[in-house]
Each structure stands twice: as structure tokens, then as C-alpha cells.
Design a protein around this ligand. Structure first.
Ligand code: GLN
Ligand code: ZN
Length: 775
């Protein structure tokens, strides 16, 4: 298959442009993180921070331009978060931060991001279905927008002065409003989108300023339009782009969508007078081709085709992309090539990974490599595939090497996954009978107390791990250190009077990485940092091949902890869906298949824990909700394989072994039926900040098992007092009977200090006893 675009492309010689929508901000050695944190600590001056930022921007643009990117993004850079930058641009500073921002814009900016002694930060939440978190704008009927285009204009000028062709990138007005929430004190029913008419003049002014400063094109990111939208919301989008399109004094307008297909929003945007649309043609969004044909294409408009996946770390199939691009040539006035979304979501440079076998490294493409792919595709489309023959041959060889690799396909793993039956994904007894068996086995009091797993990860523990890695201490010394910690955690829990104990997870660096390091088929990176929020970066492991568990991963720590106490110690594992959500996943098989392999590996661990005498096993799935697809029509299929993977993990244990699960960070409304489908015996959930509301929601949804809605908000150093925890428990009892209510914190305690944890858990136990005595 040679690209159908080759012939047609020749006539459009060299006019196909290569571009990206955004680039990793941190720098090759996370220079931005170091500078920003240095500034917070007073070690780095504001000027030095600004200089570092400008150097990083200019290095990124140079790298993009040197690779052959024709239009570089500007304004996508951020000290903390691009949605917060938009909040500054439109002047929507929350009342409580106004003085700080007026006194010093930079300090005020960080105050909004991180909070101060007197003013809470903006709430943080996930950017669509990525692991990037943005700061949620707070708006109300009284919000007055004002224009501050300084950052956008400044970065545009910077790029122009360096000789680049820049395209400023802004969060679009519709997405900005749809991501906002009612400000504190504003009625919950307030819809920020009603502020559109007030907001559009600000965007018009920014457009005029960017035009005056020399922008030919400006990009408005509208990823919110790939979600299911009401007719009123689609109407608002149409109105916004009719109005902005009708402005006389403006650059050309590119409206960018990504993470899925535009769906109903495509015809809406297509009929507005914007000059171009950017569409995602990767993954599920590939169906967009049909949508595009159905609306008659985009005659006279620029189409920027996102064919290189900006969310994964795999090399692109260049021939397949060229085929897609060739099909698009007839469907738009002009076609350019891009990555499917900002490259913010992938690490910077695979070439830095010297520890990865070169035969595997050739399968990987991080931001730098993806940029090269975009340039190659633009050249192939514009000048003919013969001009990229060498790249196509090399790409074919890389893909073939991956497909044929013994890492990619392990026959024993595949055979086992293929042989999974319905019986494997179901417990041997229905819940009621299990509950009775577990009651007899565990003999717990009413309102049993427990924790979610981790205890404080002290600096001392982290130092021990770093020492082990650096060879300063040996494995034996390290393990003695971990055992000592487990002893302390167990003895504290016994003294405090908790009913179901945990070993405290001191051996875990991270709840996904710890398992990834012990499972074959997973790859780790050394510099593969991706921004999670602000200055926090994570290095997601890569699910590269067929997955297996060569040896037990947690059994010795759990059994060691159990040997120290007569009370039940809960085994603790990360569930299959969360393993997938916080890793880079394979793109060469359905997610459901990968989930099944992970589930089988974890099932072995669950069964081994049981065989070693563990009677309570918790399988954490905090990411079940966040992995829910953006569009409702694809959700049932996701929930079916996700819940099946959980049941496959836990389905092999005896009826009297109690399976717990845990979830946090989420509004659970959308997945309440799925929680029942997990068929776990007990679920612990985050609830303290929402005052136990979830207990009522569970009951209303007909949830029939045991639940522990959190009564201790672990996101804050605050110690809940006994009365407060008892009041929350009584609220819980109004929704769930005492035989089905557990008492626990919202989440793990790893980020907290020992002093608060001690006091809080003692109060929690006292509260449980107090309420128990009244039953
Ligand atoms: N067991 C894990 C812990 O306690 C759960 C963490 C999570 O839900 N994010 O740390
Ligand atoms: Zn949690």
C-alpha cells in the first residue's frame, strides 16, 4: 500500500506543513521544575526563573524548527498550568487571590495554584482522560472578565524574534467555560457557559493583540467538544465561532480538537467562518474520517490532521498514516500534518534512555521522535512518498521487529488468556453466603476499623531506597529497614486498636511502579518524565509486551506482617485497571486483552496470598472512574472489560476470603452499577470532604455489600476530632446498616506525617467505639 496521497501531493508540492500543538515544558533534566521549586524556596530569583523559562522555550522552538516543524506553538508554555494561564488572561482571578495577584503577579499566580495560609488554591482536576491535572476556573454570575494578553503576546514576540513561524495556542472559550465550576458561594446550579457573551470580547481583544504582534494563525483548543454535548452547548460553540470568525481584525483561526472524534460538533464547527480545524485521527477517533466525508469535507478550510498519536510512546505506522492523509487530501482545502494532541502527555526524548535495549528502543517514540515522524509524513504527503523512502523502509523494519519480538508475544501467556472461562471471572459462592463465611472466619466487631494501606513514606524510607539503588547499602540491610518499619506500623495499629491491619507499604515507591518492576513485559524509563501537575512529574512504566508474574511480589511482606500479630493483616495489591491507567499501554491489541493479562498475573498473587494465610485482600482500583471513555456510547464496553478484569483478579479465592477494593478522587455517580459488578465484598471510598454523601448514593443505587466511606480527609494535615468522625459515621449509618459499614480514612496515608496519622487514627478508633456502643 503506497499512500494514495502521493500523486495528488506532488501538485501541492511542499505546501503540506508539519506542526504540533504543544511541547513538554520541563526541559531534558526537568530544569523548569528545579527553577520553579527553587523560586518557591527563595533560592532562585524571579529574573532567574524567567530566564530559565525563556531558555527552555527557545531551546524547544529551535529543536522543533531544526527537525523541520514549519509552525511552532507558542503560549503553550506554563510555569504551572495552561488553564490557570487562561484564567489570568481573562482576568477571572478569584476574589480571595486578588490582593496577592495585584501585589505581585508571579507570586499571586503561584498562590492560586498552591494556596497560601489564608487562601485556598483553585481546585485541581484531571484534564479529560489524561493524567495531567489543571486548575479549575471559578466563575459566577458576578464574574467580570478583563483582558491580559501579555503572556501570549510576549511569547509570540519571543518566537518571532528568534526567526520562527509561531502559532499561538489558547484554551478556547467554550472549553474554558465548560471546565469551570461555580465559585465558592455561588449556587451549584450556576452554569459557567452562560458567561460566553461576556467572555467572547476578551478573546476578540486577545486575537487583535496577537494579530497586531504578527500572528498569522491562532489555535483555539476545544477538546471539550469531543465529549457528549447538549444541543445548547453545541449552539454556544457555533455562536462563539461565528462571532470570532466574523471579526475583521484577527489572525486566521484554527479550532483544535483531540482525544476523540468531534462527532456532532463537527458539522457545527464546519459551518462557522473559522479558517481551519484540527482533528484527531488516532485510535477511536479514526472513525472521524467517515464523519468528515459525511459533512462533505472542509472545502476552503485548512485541515490539520493529527495522525501521530500524542498520547502513547510507540513509533507511528507511517504507511498507515500516509494512507489516512492521502484520503484526507480530497476532503479539505488544505491538509497539514500534526500529532493528535499536545506532546505534553509524553516524555521528551527516547534517545536519552540508554538502559533500554536498542532493539526495543527502536519501537519507542517520545516527543522528539514524534516530531520527526510528523515532519516525515508532511514531506511524504507534500512531495511524494519516494522522498521518504529510506524512512519508510526503516519504519517498516522497526514495526516488523516489534511484531516478531518474543517480548511482544509470549505463547504461554496468550494461551492462558485465551482459556479464561466465565467460571474464572466469578467467585464460587454468591455474596450472601460469602458474607456469612467471612463473618465466621474473621469475627470482627460491628463498624470494623481499618486503613487503606500505606503509612507515612518518611524521608528515611526514601533515603534507604536511594541508598540501595546507589549501592550504598545492600539488599539485606534494606530489607531489615523495611521489616523494622513494618514492626512499627503493626505495633502502632495494635495499640491504637484497629481491627484489620495493614503492613503499611513501606517497600513501595509507587503503587504502579512497584508492581511494574516485578512483572515481565513491563519497561521502565530513566528520564521518561511526564507532567502530572505543576512541578510534579511522573514516569509511567511502559506495558511493552505480554505480561507475566515470574514470582510472588508482595507475599513475603504481608506474611511477615501477619507473623507479628494475631489480628488479620490485609494483603494489598494494585488492580488491573489502575495498572493500565497509570502506564503507557500497548497499541497493538485491544486494552481489554492487556487488562486480562495483567489480571491473570495479579490473580496468581491473590491466590498466593490466600495460600499463605491472608484472609483479607484489597485490590485498589482508584483509576476505574478516570479511565471511563469520554463519550457515553463507548462506556458500557469499557466497564464490561474493566469489571471483568477485576473479577478475574479476585475470582479464584475461597468464599471465606474477604476481597476489598478501594477508590478515590472521583465522583462515583457514573459508575455505581459497575461497583456492584466488581463483586468485591467491601469497598472503601473517599467521602470525608463530601460529608458521607456517597453512603446515601450507594444505598440508593441498591449496593448490597459492605462499604467504608472515608471519615478522615487525608489530603490535609488536619487531625479530625472524635466528634467529627463520629458524626460522619452516624450519617453513614443513616444510609447503611451497621453490619455493612466500615470505618476508615479516605485513602492511603503515605503523604502524611506520623504525628497527624497517630492522632487521627486514634480518634477514628475512638469514634468507632463510641458509635458502636450506641448500637
Ligand atoms: N493502597 C494504596 C495506599 O494506601 C491506595 C492508594 C490510592 O488509592 N491512590 O497508598
Ligand atoms: Zn485512594
Amino acid at each position: 500500500m503506497t499512500a494514495t496521497g502521493a500523486g495528488a501531493g506532488k501538485s501541492a508540492a511542499a505546501t503540506v506543513r508539519a506542526t504540533v500543538y504543544g511541547y513538554p515544558r520541563q526541559g531534558p533534566r526537568r530544569e523548569l521544575k528545579k527553577a520553579v521549586e527553587g523560586y518557591w524556596q527563595g533560592r532562585v530569583s524571579a529574573d532567574a526563573l524567567r530566564r530559565t523559562a525563556a531558555e527552555l522555550r527557545s531551546a524547544n522552538w529551535r529543536q522543533l524548527a531544526d527537525t523541520g516543524i514549519d509552525e511552532v506553538p507558542t503560549g503553550d508554555f506554563s510555569y504551572y498550568d495552561h488553564v490557570l494561564d487562561t484564567t489570568v488572561m481573562v482576568g477571572a482571578i478569584p476574589q480571595r487571590h486578588r490582593d496577592a495577584v495585584a501585589a505581585d503577579p508571579l507570586d499571586g499566580y503561584f498562590a492560586m495554584a498552591r494556596g497560601t495560609q489564608d487562601a485556598a488554591p483553585l481546585e485541581m482536576t484531571k484534564w479529560f482522560d489524561t493524567n495531567y491535572h489543571y486548575l479549575v476556573p471559578e466563575l459566577g454570575p458576578g464574574t467580570v472578565f478583563t483582558t491580559d494578553s501579555a503572556k501570549q503576546v510576549g511569547e509570540l514576540r519571543e518566537a518571532l524574534s528568534l526567526g520562527h513561524t509561531p502559532r499561538p495556542v489558547l484554551v478556547g472559550p467554550v472549553t474554558y467555560l465548560l471546565l469551570a465550576k461555580p465559585a465558592p458561594g455561588v449556587a451549584a446550579g450556576f452554569e459557567p457557559l452562560t458567561l460566553l457573551d461576556r467572555l467572547l470580547p476578551v478573546y476578540a481583544e486577545v486575537l487583535a493583540d496577537l494579530h497586531a504582534a504578527g500572528a498569522a494563525w491562532v489555535q483555539f483548543d476545544e477538546p471539550a467538544l469531543v465529549q457528549d454535548r447538549t444541543p445548547a452547548e453545541l449552539n454556544a460553540a457555533e455562536r462563539a465561532y461565528r462571532e470570532l470568525g466574523a471579526l475583521a481584525d484577527r489572525p486566521k483561526l484554527l479550532v483544535a480538537s483531540y482525544f476523540d472524534r468531534l462527532g456532532e460538533a463537527l458539522p457545527v464547527l464546519a459551518r462557522t467562518p473559522v479558517d481551519g480545524l484540527a482533528l484527531d485521527f488516532t485510535g477511536a477517533a479514526a472513525a472521524q474520517l467517515d464523519d468528515l466525508a459525511a459533512v462533505g469535507g472542509l472545502p476552503g478550510k485548512r485541515l490539520v490532521a493529527g495522525v501521530v498519536n500524542g498520547r502513547n510512546i510507540w513509533v507511528n505506522d507511517l504507511e498507515e498514516s500516509l494512507f489516512t492523509l492521502g484520503t484526507l487530501l480530497g476532503l479539505a482545502g488544505h491538509v497539514d500534518v500534526a500529532a493528535s494532541c499536545s506532546l505534553l502527555h509524553v516524555p521528551l526524548d527516547a534517545a536519552a534512555e540508554h538502559d533500554i535495549d536498542p532493539q526495543i528502543l527502536r519501537w519507542l517514540a517520545f516527543a522528539r521522535q514524534k516530531t520527526t515522524e510528523v515532519v516525515t509524513l508532511a514531506r511524504g504527503l507534500g512531495r511524494g512518498t519516494e522522498t521518504i523512502a529510506a524512512q519508510l523502509a526503516a519504519n517498516r523494519a522497526d514495526l516488523a521487529s516489534r511484531a516478531a519480538s518474543p517480548i511482544t508475544r509470549v505463547p504461554a501467556v496468550r494461551a492462558r488468556a485465551a482459556a479464561v472461562t466465565d467460571r474464572d471471572t466469578h467467585r464460587s459462592e454468591p455474596y450472601d453466603r460469602r458474607a456469612a463465611a467471612q463473618r465466621a472466619q474473621l469475627s470482627l466487631p460491628l463498624l470494623p476499623t481499618t486503613t487503606i494501606g500505606s503509612f507515612p513514606q518518611t524521608g528515611d524510607l526514601r533515603t534507604a531506597r536511594a541508598d540501595l539503588r546507589a549501592g550504598r547499602i545492600d539488599t539485606v540491610t534494606y530489607e531489615e529497614r523495611i521489616k523494622a518499619e513494618i514492626q512499627e506500623v503493626i505495633s502502632f495499629q495494635e495499640k491504637a486498636g484497629l481491627d484489620v491491619l495493614v503492613h503499611g507499604e513501606p517497600e513501595r515507591n509507587d503503587m504502579v511502579q512497584y508492581f511494574a518492576e516485578q512483572l515481565s513485559g513491563y519497561l521502565a524509563t530513566r528520564y521518561g518524565w511526564v507532567q502530572s501537575y505543576g512541578t510534579r512529574y511522573v514516569r509511567p512504566p511502559i506495558l511493552a509486551g505480554d505480561l507475566a508474574r515470574p514470582e510472588p511480589m508482595t507475599v513475603r511482606w504481608t506474611t511477615y506482617a501477619q507473623s507479628l500479630t494475631g489480628r488479620p493483616v490485609k494483603g494489598m495489591l494494585t488492580g488491573p485497571v489502575t495498572m493500565l491507567a497509570w502506564s503507557f499501554v500497548r497499541d497493538d491489541q485491544p486494552l481489554a486483552d492487556t487488562a486480562r493479562q495483567v489480571a491473570l498475573a495479579l490473580r496468581d498473587e491473590v491466590n498466593d496470598l490466600e495460600a499463605a494465610g491472608t484472609s483479607v485482600i484489597q485490590v485498589d482500583e482508584p483509576a476505574l472512574r478516570e479511565s471511563l471513555p469520554l463519550r457515553a456510547d463507548t462506556r458500557p464496553a469499557y466497564l464490561a472489560w474493566a469489571t471483568e478484569a477485576f473479577r478475574l483478579t479476585t475470582g479464584g479465592v475461597r468464599p471465606d476470603t474477604q476481597i476489598h477494593t478501594h477508590m478515590c478522587y472521583a465522583e462515583f455517580g457514573d459508575i455505581l452499577p459497575a461497583i456492584e459488578d466488581l463483586d468485591a465484598d467491601v469497598i472503601s471510598l473517599e467521602a470525608a470532604r463530601s460529608h458521607m454523601q456517597i453512603a446515601g448514593e450507594l444505598a440508593a443505587a441498591g449496593y448490597s455489600r459492605e462499604a467504608g466511606p472515608g471519615v478522615y480527609d487525608i489530603h490535609s494535615p488536619r487531625v479530625p476530632d472524635v466528634d467529627e468522625a463520629a458524626a460522619l459515621l452516624r450519617k453513614g449509618l443513616a444510609a447503611l446498616p451497621p453490619e455493612r459499614l466500615w470505618v476508615n480514612p479516605d485513602c492511603g496515608l503515605k503523604t502524611r506525617g506520623w504525628a497527624e496519622v497517630r492522632a487521627s487514627l486514634e480518634n477514628l478508633v475512638t469514634a468507632a467505639r463510641t458509635v458502636r456502643a450506641t448500637l
